[in-house]
Design a protein around this ligand. Structure first.
Ligand SMILES: NC(=O)c1ccc[n+]([C@@H]2O[C@H](COP(=O)([O-])OP(=O)(O)OC[C@H]3O[C@@H](n4cnc5c(N)ncnc54)[C@H](OP(=O)(O)O)[C@@H]3O)[C@@H](O)[C@H]2O)c1
Length: 267
């Protein structure tokens, strides 16, 4: 079987550059194009100081897609991600989405296009294996425990809130049920914001402070007992590489949008 041809949008960024190196080192994958405005016209290996990596960097999505990748990886920023994803689908690529901050409505629209062109989109709010397992375990907990809330922690300059991981978890838990509120939000005393935001039936609280990297608590409470599922990742982009490589290898088996890496993992 010939190698999968991959294009990474955001290949010069923090997460994308680690993934680009991982693709370069993978024997079954070929990195045919990179997308970055500041790197346009350069060779990715020169920008990332990786010898032998000759992938060209393009400054526009249309130039990058002209290389006809089998798989397009979106790793840029929320404001341009949807446009990139739709363009890639229309050019016949399957898409892996790492970029956080797309809404559920965005995914409904993307699903419509992906289904029409019979391509897969695998959207993963967090490729780290420990975060993926947290989602799976939380889903099981929600079947037995009706009360839960999520706290998402990140560095002070993370612009999107809640995090992609928290949004994805809320979306997954909504397919089990809504978390129970013993006092409805509009009957609470004090500022409404104290209870966080309710999204897809889950209360989510986002902490943005120096000193944090990325972590998330999913707290399930029952009378006189609680379960706290916690994921933490460090400062390197390493935790995201293996999960993203798995997504690249599996997305071609899908049609339409699937959210969460565990949808293509065996348990
Ligand atoms: N799913 C996961 O596991 C996971 C893990 C880590 C990060 N993320 C998410 O991935 C996204 C990227 O994070 P990051 O920390 O890697 O960001 P970053 O370091 O700022 O990198 C962003 C990359 O996107 C490119 N880019 C930005 N705007 C662009 C545009 N309009 N057109 C083309 N390229 C553009 C940048 O290059 P130029 O500026 O030169 O264009 C750069 O290569 C964020 O949404 C983050 O939350 C997800």
């Amino acid at each position: 079987m010939s190698n999968l041809r991959v294009c990474v949008a955001g290949a010069t960024g923090w997460a994308g550059s680690a993934l680009a190196k991982g693709i370069f080192e993978a024997p079954d994958l070929e990195l045919v194009a990179a997308l970055s405005r500041s790197g346009a016209g350069k060779v990715l290996g020169d920008v990332l100081s990786i010898q032998g990596l000759t992938t060209p960097i393009f400054g526009t999505i249309s130039e990058a897609l002209a290389t006809k990748p089998d798989i397009f990886v979106e790793y840029t920023k929320p404001s341009v991600a949807k446009g990139h994803i739709l363009a890639a689908l229309k050019e016949g690529a399957h898409v892996v989405v790492g970029t956080s901050g797309l809404s559920d409505d965005d995914y409904v629209e993307i699903d419509g296009v992906a289904t029409e062109v019979r391509r897969g989109v695998l959207a993963v709010g967090n490729f780290a294996l420990t975060a993926v397992l947290l989602q799976k375990f939380a889903e099981i907990a929600a079947r037995y425990i009706p009360h839960w809330e999520i706290i998402d922690y990140a560095h002070a300059d993370k612009k999107d809130a809640p995090s992609g991981t928290a949004l994805q978890l809320a979306n997954r838990l909504s397919q089990v049920r809504e978390s129970q509120l013993d006092i409805p939000l509009d009957e609470m005393q004090g500022p409404r914001e104290s209870r966080g935001v309710r999204l897809q039936g889950t209360q989510i609280h986002s902490v943005r402070l120096p000193g944090y990297v990325i972590s998330l608590d999913a707290i399930f409470g029952m009378p006189d007992q609680k379960l706290i599922l916690r994921h933490e990742s460090g400062t390197s982009a390493e935790p995201y590489v293996q999960g993203a490589l798995l997504a690249i290898r599996k997305v071609g088996t899908l049609i339409g949008v699937q959210r969460g890496l565990d949808s293509v993992m065996e348990f």
